[in-house]
Design a protein around this ligand. Structure first.
Ligand code: KIV
Ligand code: ZN
Length: 388
């Protein structure tokens, strides 16, 4: 079975998107959730973008030990120094260096020639490598880059020590077939490409980010970059939960698996919504509120006899459990503890009375409370308490 590494960029590309910024406490809380989800790599931020980002990457590095922690850097000494500084507490660290390689980006943004860009890749990948063994190199706007130049740029990065080569569809315009051609071209023509990890990073401007990521997996890439709930620049990044569940549910087709603990997908999605206030639509694949609800009579009749008539995903794999505990105005702390355990969220037992007080305040005004609202209240209380 082929293993696919999951590189989560919710805290970097995701956090960059409008309405999704997070405090340091929220970033640490979310990174801990990503560790429970068992992602392979957490892109914790872009250290050079602000001191706040640098500090957050350091705090995440202190608090999260299983995944690799990475920090983004442009191709200059100062960015790479800051990325390295931000990772000084990380048990497993990676510097993620990038530069744009498409004509439009080189001419209109970088104002650099191809030779100058190749020189920068050579100098800066080598410099990053002198500090850290694990180096990812990304060709920003790779899918609008001329073939010959793209192959040259990748070859230089590998020669200078890159251990992962990432091919971003920065503007979300590639189609699966075109992506297939580019990835095969790379695999067949770049010396040393089989010695490094090959990764993709797809944006969703045309709604193709997940399809393109899955096509890339079929082409043989072994890392995909994605974000919880598909958040990210503009229309977002490929949604982590959709890629992971497509590989799991259609394992008969893809013959590939991830290390993701799928029982933590819903918790991760909800925590992100609670932190950012950025909701997912009810019909969003995997994590939308309507995914496992049935209203039409014909469908109800089917699922009462066998859920598989209309559901292809085993809800147990997502940690969704039929629950009959109802939290009401008269409930005590034992009922709430049992409820929170069933919901599978992280909570502090010694704070249970504080959670209960907040829940009862809500119930005084609203009569009933949904599981989602209970989780929201607990997560809000936890955020208040974290990191002095
Ligand atoms: O979309 C993109 O090209 C990026 C790179 C920095 C990896 O986010
Ligand atoms: Zn991106």
């Amino acid at each position: 079975m082929k293993k696919i590494k999951i590189f989560d960029t919710t805290l970097r590309d995701g956090e960059q998107s409008p309405g999704c910024s997070m405090t340091l406490e929220e970033k640490v809380l979310f990174a801990k959730q990503l560790e429970k989800l068992n992602v392979d790599v957490i892109e914790a931020g872009f250290a050079a973008s602000s001191d706040k980002d640098l500090k957050a990457i350091q705090e995440i590095s202190k608090n999260v030990t299983t995944p690799i922690i990475t920090s983004l850097a442009r191709c200059n000494y100062s960015d790479i120094d800051k990325a390295y500084e931000s990772l000084k507490f990380a048990k497993k660290k990676r510097i993620h260096v990038f530069i744009a390689t498409s004509n439009i980006h080189m001419e209109k943004k970088l104002k650099m020639t191809k030779d100058e860009v190749l020189m920068k890749i050579k100098q800066m990948v080598s410099y990053a490598k002198s500090k850290c063994n694990d180096i990812e190199f990304s060709l920003e706007d790779a899918t609008r880059t001329e073939d010959k130049f793209m192959l040259e740029a990748i070859a230089v990065a590998i020669k200078c020590g890159a251990t992962t080569i990432n091919i971003p569809d920065t503007v979300g315009r590639i189609t699966p077939k075109e992506f297939n051609r580019i990835l095969n071209l790379i695999k067949q023509n770049v010396p040393g490409i089989n010695m490094v990890d090959l990764s993709v990073h797809c944006h969703n401007d045309l709604g193709l980010a997940v399809s393109n990521s899955l096509e890339a997996i079929e082409c043989g890439v072994n890392q995909v970059e994605c974000a919880i709930n598909g958040i990210g620049e503009r229309a977002g990044n490929a949604a982590l939960e959709e890629i992971v569940m497509a590989l799991k549910v259609r394992n008969d087709y893809y013959h590939a698996e991830t290390n993701i603990n799928t029982k933590e997908i819903i918790n991760s999605s909800k925590l992100l919504v609670d932190i950012t206030g950025s909701l997912v639509q009810n019909n969003k694949a995997i994590v939308g509120a309507n995914c496992f609800l049935h209203e039409a009579g014909i469908h109800q009749a089917g699922v009462i006899n066998d859920k598989k008539t209309y559901e292809i995903i085993d809800t147990e794999e997502l940690g969704i459990d039929a629950d009959n505990i109802v939290i009401g105005i008269h409930s005590g702390k034992h009922a709430l503890i049992s409820k929170l355990k069933k919901l599978g969220i992280v909570f502090e037992e010694e704070k249970i009375n504080e959670y209960l007080m907040e829940i009862k305040k809500y119930l005084e005004e609203n009569k009933t409370i949904s599981d989602e609202m209970i989780i929201t209240i607990v997560n809000k209380e936890r955020c208040k308490k974290l990191v002095p």
